[in-house]
Design a protein around this ligand. Structure first.
Ligand code: GLU
Length: 550
């Protein structure tokens, strides 16, 4: 076609577009940022399911931007109207914000913010079509009128001939339509898609450096993929190029499932005369099932971002866990800086692994125990009550009935160099705290049968007689030692270990009798602290009741 025909063709296909690329280039100028500042984005599709996997590109993007004094924005990729779900955007924003992923620009809960919008792809149709017109005018894109049945037939033939599937070469029948033929189709009201006129050759290789995957050799794309669909909306590929160019993205962080389309993306950027951003393709999150690696599927409960909150994992746990998977040196850093803000960690692209990460509940739980153990009693109380409010209203009522009391329970073993690690999730807290509430208290563990009931009885009775709430810990323990001696149990562990036969048991056994009577459990936090919180009457009453059931 002649340049004049191409110009007419562009006008014929997208008659309502009066804007030019120059207009948008001027409207969205290069950003005025300090040297080295990175511009990144998170670009989810509002499908209604917020996948845990999204935490990886979003965390990397957020860190890269905010560590460099750049900009991180949220773009909603909603060009596939079939997949849209009500409330999905709100869900995305709230979920990520609650995990500390904060956007500087983009779609917000009540509109959008930033000078590079719109940030919803469905609002950018005019922009895509403006750039599409430019490609048509330059002979780089053409309309395709093939019906789905025709394309199916092509696919079948290609499968039969064991050929590369797709619209290319002799199969790309619309590639050579004349202006008159196209005009005839348009006048006849035929619908069309816009395709890239690929100049790639599958025998050629492109060298490419991905910042995570390293040096790659990719096969050139020879398929005339779709740029704009029949409804005039762009494909992901075309929209990505136009958007990341105009929003001045410097680093595209996305899942490795996009890597096979990269040669096509490189072509689109080149055809449009855009500079290619840097790319980081992140490995898929896998999990082990019956000894084999498997992609996290929607059916795995841990695949939903909402799962973690409901299960009672603090937001800080999820962030730390994600960072543990993203940067191999994070755990060492955390050990050396237990109190530091996670955002002080020097996140580095170089420390990212190019091969897949494995989701591991044991690791998650381990991270969570540590995260919770480092929190102050007050923070634990606040986060725990927030969780209980949503997930266990009765427990919430109990926790808020006397907040000071609840907080004093949560402060046991906290704050020192070696804090206790009793809680993995907020869901564990009720069981951990139940001994402090008469309505939840019950004898859960029994004293093992091997102990003489009379010894148990005597020890408990003696404890009742000598217990003084005012005793300091050492005095309190001396009394338990005295009781041990009086019943033929060693009060000194060293002595006991040297000659166990000389004793019926040791002070640990006597403490255990008291522990079971007072807490109902064989394991509990520090007994002295527990008794201080329970108060004299509760301690004595529980022991008396226990004696009765012996
Ligand atoms: N909407 C795409 C997705 O959800 C975004 C990929 C990208 O970040 O470019 O996979």
């Amino acid at each position: 076609m002649t340049p004049t025909q191409l110009k007419s063709l562009a006008a014929l296909l997208y008659p309502s577009i009066g804007t030019t690329p120059e207009y948008f280039e001027e409207k969205y100028p290069p950003r005025n940022l300090p040297e080295g500042a990175k511009v990144t984005r998170f670009a989810p599709s509002p499908t209604g399911f917020v996948h845990f996997g999204g935490m990886f590109p979003s965390t990397v993007s957020e860190r890269l931007a905010h560590q460099s004094g750049g900009v991180f924005f949220l773009r909603i990729e909603d060009t596939d109207s079939k997949r849209e779900v009500d409330g999905a955007e709100e869900n995305i924003i709230k979920s990520y914000n609650s995990l500390g992923i904060m956007f500087d620009e983009g779609v917000t809960l009540n509109g959008e913010t930033g000078a590079y919008g719109h940030y919803r792809q469905s609002d950018r149709k005019q922009i895509y079509q403006t750039y599409a017109k430019k490609l048509i005018e330059e002979g780089k894109a053409y309309p395709c009128f093939c019906a789905p049945e025709q394309l199916d037939a092509v696919r079948e033939e290609q499968e039969k001939n064991k050929e590369l599937p797709g619209y290319y070469g002799k199969y790309a029948v619309c590639r050579e339509l004349t202006y008159e033929q196209i005009a005839g189709n348009i006048n006849a009201g035929k619908s069309f898609v816009l395709r890239l006129r690929s100049t790639g050759d599958p025998d050629n290789k492109i060298k490419f450096t991905d910042l995570v995957k390293g040096n790659l050799e990719l096969t050139e794309n020879n398929i005339d993929h779709i740029l704009l669909k029949s409804d005039g909306m762009p494909s992901y590929h075309f929209a990505h190029a136009v958007d990341d160019h105009l929003m001045r993205t410097t680093h595209v962080v996305r899942g490795e499932e996009w890597l096979p389309s990269l040669p096509y993306h490189i072509q689109i950027f080149a055809a449009l005369g855009f500079r290619l951003p840097k790319y980081l393709h992140i490995s898929q999150l896998m999990r082990m099932e019956n000894g084999a690696k498997k992609k996290l599927s929607k059916r795995d409960n841990c695949a939903a971002l909402s799962y973690y909150n409901t299960a009672g994992y603090p937001a800080a746990t999820v962030r730390e866990y994600v960072m543990t998977l993203l940067n191999s040196n994070f755990e060492d850093w955390r050990r050396a800086n237990p109190a530091a803000d996670i955002n002080d960690f020097p996140f580095s692209i170089k420390k990212m692994s190019g091969s897949g990460c494995l989701f591991d509940f044991d690791k998650l739980n381990d991270v969570s125990k540590n995260v919770i153990s480092r929190m102050s009693a007050h923070d634990v109380y606040v986060l725990l009550t927030e969780w209980a409010k949503e997930n266990d209203p009765d427990y919430y009522a109990l926790l808020t009935r006397d907040s000071e009391y609840a907080e004093s329970i949560l402060s046991i073993g906290r704050g020192g160099a070696k804090p206790r690690k009793d809680l993995t999730t907020w869901a564990d807290a009720k069981q951990y705290m139940n001994l402090f509430y008469d309505e939840l208290f019950g004898i859960q563990d029994m004293i093992p049968e091997k102990y003489d009931k009379n010894d148990v009885m005597n020890a408990l009775q003696k404890f009742i007689l000598t217990y003084n709430y005012e005793d300091v810990q050492s005095a309190w323990f001396e009394k338990i030692k005295d009781i041990s001696e009086s019943l033929g149990y060693a009060s000194d562990m060293k002595e006991y270990k040297q000659n166990p036969e000389a004793f019926k048991g040791n002070v640990g056994d006597i403490s255990m009798f008291i522990r079971v009577a007072v807490t109902g459990k064989l394991n509990s936090p520090d007994m002295y602290e527990v008794m201080r919180i329970l108060g004299y009457n509760t301690v004595i009453n529980r022991i008396k009741k226990f004696i009765k059931i012996l």
